[in-house]
Design a protein around this ligand. Structure first.
Ligand code: OFO
Length: 170
């Protein structure tokens, strides 16, 4: 069944938003590396991979439905932050925007009664709950150590352990 054009349009926009998120986190990876925080930089490199997998899951879904996935220009991302707390505050804000965006896409799928798309989008709803919780917990820990000193050093070491697991395939 051909997909409703409006829904197809906003699904394509969501691919762009996921790729924008990927660029944003890769840019943060560069920033944190320049600040000698390899663990946090690793966290963001993994986040970049996650975002690309989110984009690809939607991309592949459109192909599976026999639709065209359209790759549009990706807006330039920020390159400077004040400190790691600023980074995670920004990240948390950004993830909340993405959650809103996913909710809107799901709302549209309901509007046009595309039950297959509704089912696929449920994965993103769950993923956003995890993403927000994860980022907010790192932000809280950073605030506890006021983003400085030994506490920051210990957190940075912990962040080194994060590895990419493609949750779109599980
Ligand atoms: Fe794709 O979840 Fe973040 O942006």
């Amino acid at each position: 069944m051909a997909m409703n054009k409006k829904l197809l349009g906003i699904l394509n926009e969501q691919i762009n938003k996921e790729m924008y998120s990927a660029h944003l986190y890769l840019s943060i990876n560069a920033y944190l590396t320049s600040k000698n925080l390899p663990g946090f930089a690793n966290y963001m490199r993994v986040q970049y991979q996650e975002e690309m997998s989110h984009a690809l899951k939607l991309f592949d879904y459109l192909l599976e439905r026999g639709e065209r996935a359209v790759l549009a220009e990706i807006a330039a991302v920020k390159i400077e932050w004040k400190d790691p707390i600023d980074v995670f505050e920004d990240t948390y804000k950004h993830e909340k925007l993405i959650t809103e965006s996913i909710n809107e896409v799901l709302g549209e799928a309901h509007e046009v009664k595309d039950y297959a798309a509704i089912n696929m989008l449920q994965w993103y709803i769950n993923e956003q709950v995890e993403e927000e919780a994860h980022v907010s917990s790192v932000l809280e820990q950073l605030k506890m150590v006021e983003g400085r000193g030994t506490g920051l050093f210990m957190l940075d070491r912990e962040m080194q352990n994060r590895v990419f697991i493609d949750s779109t395939q599980v």
